[in-house]
Design a protein around this ligand. Structure first.
Ligand SMILES: C[S@@+](CC[C@H](N)C(=O)[O-])C[C@H]1O[C@@H](n2cnc3c(N)ncnc32)[C@H](O)[C@@H]1O
Length: 363
């Protein structure tokens, strides 16, 4: 489902309500978004013993690559990985993927077409204001593409982007890049916040660093970077487009992050995720070569280029541990989103995949 494909969804939703018989497989699949089937989305009513998997629990077991750790330990170790790789992250991305990550990111952003919303109320301007939240935004690759498409390609300067990440080291690199690469108006439409994607009620603007003389811009106001960080919550129903690229597999509690995505999106808002996936669409030979490259070469390149084998070993293991395309689609549906078609698009034989879901307009 792309933003441009929303009419199909809007047509599907009333038919879901009016008909429970003769549903196509696609409609039946969408209908699942109105129920909650997996443990991931079952809330614990008072007195119930059913675990609430969508609420972060520091002591609950999860995985860090191939190791079993607690959610709290994973958070700390993932922070260590991205603190370690922040400076070499962009160069390593090119080396590890032969530059393919750029093609996937371009395709991801083109499909979302930020700054152009043809599906507003009849007669309304398709270039209406939009607020984009780029979660796990790291060094800004997705956000910068969003701003370029919205401001330059679609001529819509009323698009703002918040780049949010748990790791200030990644955001600091992103802010330096933003100052070098963005135009003044794009920079003014950009904000950097530190936040855990699993709890967006606690965010703070990226603290000033000693080399920066810039300002941090929120959607509401421009804050000189000398101001102390202010903690605040991303409000319910405040975001038009939520993006997360190559970030979600690092989260300790993915259902919690999906629940937060649903909370902050406006009705009709879109969740869009670009992530490594199961490379099984070109057959077993391709998959075997891909796995040999991943496990054989990537940690070695990490060691030679970034002096950090362990972090890159974790990155390839985390790809292996991430759910399949269909499993992840089901988690998105369980969080309440409506998906179109299969709910995902494979890229390069499934090496990466794009998943999208829409928060229903009527709940
Ligand atoms: C592989 S980088 C992706 C960066 C960027 N989106 C891109 O596509 O280039 C993954 C990012 O996820 C962030 N991250 C990991 N766990 C997170 C969490 N719980 N909440 C928010 N960000 C998180 C890391 O700090 C890191 O910047």
């Amino acid at each position: 489902m792309t933003m441009a494909a929303r009419p199909a969804l809007r047509r599907a939703i009333p038919s879901l309500r009016s008909s429970t018989t003769h549903q196509s497989p696609q409609i039946q699949h969408s209908l699942r978004s109105f129920s909650c089937s997996s443990p991931a989305c079952r809330a614990s009513p008072a007195g119930s013993t059913t675990p609430d998997y969508a609420t972060p629990d520091p002591s609950r077991p999860t995985h860090f690559g191939f190791e079993t750790v607690t959610e709290a330990e994973k958070r700390e170790r993932v922070a260590g990985v991205f603190r370690s790789v922040a400076e070499s992250y962009d160069k390593m991305n090119d080396l590890m993927s032969f530059g393919w990550h750029r093609v996937w990111k371009d395709h991801f952003v083109a499909g979302l077409n930020p700054g152009f919303s043809p599906l507003g109320t009849p007669g309304s301007d398709p270039r209406s204001p939009q607020h984009i939240l780029d979660i796990a935004g790291g060094t800004g690759d997705i956000a910068f593409r969003m701003l370029h498409t919205a401001h330059v390609v679609n001529g819509n300067p009323d698009v703002t982007v918040t780049i949010s990440d748990i790791n200030p080291a990644m955001l600091s690199v992103g802010r330096q890049r933003a100052q070098q690469q963005l135009t003044a108006s794009q920079l003014a439409a950009t904000s950097f916040v530190e936040a855990n994607a699993e709890d967006l009620t606690q965010t703070k603007p990226l603290a000033p660093d000693s080399h920066s003389h810039s300002t941090i811009t929120t959607t509401a106001t421009t804050i000189p970077t000398t101001n102390p960080p202010i903690s605040s919550s991303i409000p319910d129903n405040s975001v038009d487009l939520y993006t997360v690229a190559f970030g979600i597999r690092n989260f300790s509690n993915i259902p919690a992050a999906l629940r937060e995505a649903y909370r902050v999106l406006k009705p009709g808002g879109v969740f869009a995720c670009l992530e490594f996936s199961k490379a099984d669409r070109y057959g077993p030979v391709f998959n075997t070569i891909y796995k040999q490259w991943s496990f054989g070469a990537i940690p070695l390149i990490g060691q030679l280029v970034a002096g950090d084998r362990d972090s890159y070993q974790y990155l390839v293991e985390s790809i292996e541990r991430f759910p399949s395309q269909g499993e992840f689609r089901d988690m998105i549906v369980d969080a309440g989103f409506v998906v179109g078609g299969t709910g995902y698009e494979n890229l390069t034989g499934g090496v990466a995949a794009i998943h999208k879901g829409m928060k229903p307009r009527a709940q």
